[in-house]
Write a protein that binds this ligand. Structure first.
Ligand SMILES: [Zn+2]
Length: 104
């Protein structure tokens, strides 16, 4: 699944969230850009005891995924993972990115 990132209109630097200023060139104009939600596990942690709102999901992994374009995106996964596993964006639920293992 692809998702919407933000790109600086001057230097094309990509962000996962809107910024006030581009840290690369200090421009304040951005445009939305659809990017491929596929990458590899950069790091992760397994949550066994969560806040009450998410306890029904535990245990789950909070993953930091380095996408193919270099962006890093934090998300959640139910499946077991390890560093460097290839994953893809499956859904966006209540503002959270949900990843799943990708088979290439
Ligand atoms: Zn810029």
């Amino acid at each position: 699944m692809d998702f919407i990132a933000y790109a600086c209109s001057d230097c094309s630097h990509l962000f996962t969230q809107k910024k006030y200023l581009c840290p690369n060139c200090r421009n304040d104009h951005f445009y939305e850009k659809e990017v491929v939600g596929k990458g590899r596990i950069y790091t992760y942690t397994t949550i066994h005891i969560s806040s009450p709102d998410y306890q029904h999901l535990a245990p789950f992994n909070v993953v930091l995924v380095e996408l193919e374009n270099g962006l890093k995106l934090t998300g959640r996964m139910k499946e077991e993972v390890t560093i460097n596993d290839t994953v893809e964006l499956k859904a966006k639920e209540n503002g959270a990115y949900i990843f799943q293992k990708a088979f290439t």
